[in-house]
Design a binder for this molecule. Structure first.
Ligand SMILES: [Zn+2]
Length: 443
């Protein structure tokens, strides 16, 4: 069996986790400020965490805690008797940050990086990539190193296949090698990829521009999107654009990407669930959002990630901030045994009030994502006037000649019960490489 093959069953995964976690806890109990704090909070000692199941006794770690003290989550292996590759810092990646916070560092040792290569290779395998594929990396460079750009290169390396980086955009005035949209499309024409990899909002622009310029992308068979959510409506719309660019039969593959695993949970087929690519090293749990007690498969709860063998940034029972439903049954499509998140994901804090109505922004975004007449869009909520009424604006860059205002107002009203003020604009400027579809200016 090749080294990147999945473990055959749960006993094999659990045995690997048990061995890995024992060594990790021996270090973390004395050399990891975050774990020491969590043990003390629960009145526990190292001996109380004998097996992975005992992690359920540790209090969860939230994103806010990690952001407040990221260095407390890094193992201090100075002077520890561990192999050299476990002590050397290989690279440090950053989260994309939040509206208020600055990006959080995530430290990878050499041994962590080796695991990242394996994880990336497995992600490709799950998504159906073969040794004959060629990847186009459509992620921009960012000021803080981010896994989006870098890990695509490493994924290609881990499967020994070619990758061309289009380097869209410009992260700063000293940067001289980026490309505008047309340059990106020309790169794809010169090195025809079989896989496009990037964020869906930018991918959509690239594919639309290729069609406009009459540049066909007939070899594209897989489209990997990550970094932003993509509704089923958005997936259908992207596929229609791909077909217009000659990529008939292409499939869109969604990833539940997270900096905290330096990769993502991915689909083997549309609707087959998001697979944990490295179950020996990463455990995915779903717990009650209030009590944080483990929930059985099939019940929606807070998604937690635990690292079994990381040596840089280490997180145990880390709440990613999303709610989802888990399955540990073998995947009905590919047969792999691992955790899968099945059914829709939602942000744990996603509901918000607009004009007194509780609304789900994801539904509003999904209602617009499926409309072909929309080139780009963004919701903005502000408080208006002395009475402080909420103004829900939907800013839309329409396709040439399109007038989708009435259709959009009706679709959003039917999705969330609130009619937006639809404003047609020529362009949307954004400071981030991820499209922000919902901006709440009341906060
Ligand atoms: Zn599968």
């Amino acid at each position: 069996m090749a080294s990147d093959d999945f473990p055959p069953d749960w006993p094999a995964i659990e045995a690997a986790r048990r061995v890995a976690l024992a060594a990790t806890m021996d270090l973390a109990a004395t050399r990891h400020a975050l774990t020491r704090r969590k043990l003390a909070e629960a009145g526990l000692t190292r001996a109380d965490i004998a097996a992975p199941a005992d992690l359920a006794r540790l209090p969860v770690t939230t994103k806010a805690e990690l952001m407040a003290a990221p260095h407390d989550a890094v193992l201090d292996l100075d002077g520890a008797e561990v192999p050299e590759e476990q002590r050397i810092v290989w690279d440090t990646m950053y989260t994309t940050g939040s509206t208020s916070g600055r990006p959080t560092p995530f430290v990878n040792t050499t041994s962590d990086f080796w695991d990242i290569l394996l994880l990336q290779r497995r992600m490709l395998r799950i998504r159906g990539v073969t040794e004959r594929d060629r990847i186009a990396n459509l992620f921009p460079l960012t000021r803080h190193p981010h896994g989006g750009f870098f890990r695509v290169l490493h994924a290609a390396a881990a499967l020994h296949i070619p990758v061309v980086s289009a380097l869209p955009g410009n992260p700063g005035p000293g940067f001289a090698v980026g490309q505008e949209l047309d340059g990106v499309v020309e790169t794809l024409a010169r090195h025809p990829p079989t896989i496009l990899w990037g964020v869906p909002s930018y991918m959509r622009r690239v594919v639309a521009r290729a069609a406009e310029l009459g540049i066909a992308l007939p070899d594209v068979r897989l489209v990997f999107v990550t970094g932003e959510g993509l509704s089923e409506e958005g997936r259908g719309e992207l596929l229609a654009r791909l077909t217009a660019a000659g990529a008939t039969g292409a499939q869109v593959s969604i990833s539940y990407g997270m900096t905290e695993i330096q990769g993502g949970l991915v689909e083997c087929a549309a609707g087959a669930g998001l697979h944990n690519p490295h179950p020996e090293a990463i455990a995915v749990d779903v717990v009650d959002p209030e009590t944080h007690r483990p929930l059985p498969d099939g019940q929606e709860g807070l998604i937690l990630v635990s690292h079994m063998r990381r040596r840089g940034t280490l997180l145990l029972r880390y709440a990613v901030g999303d709610l989802g439903v888990r399955s540990t049954a073998p995947c009905p499509h590919c047969g792999r045994v691992t955790e899968r998140i099945v059914g829709p994901l939602r942000r744990a804090d996603e509901l918000t009030k607009v004009r007194g109505m509780l609304v789900n922004p994801a539904l509003a975004v999904a209602a617009v994502e499926g409309v072909a007449a929309v080139h780009d869009f963004r919701f903005e909520i502000a408080r208006e006037g002395v009475l402080g009424m909420d103004d829900l604006a939907l800013l839309v860059v329409p396709e040439p000649g399109a007038a989708p205002e009435a259709e959009l107002a009706a679709k959003v009203k039917s999705a969330i019960g609130v009619t937006p003020r639809v404003v047609l604009v020529e362009a949307l400027d954004s400071a981030s490489w991820k499209a922000k579809r919902w901006i709440d200016k009341r906060i």
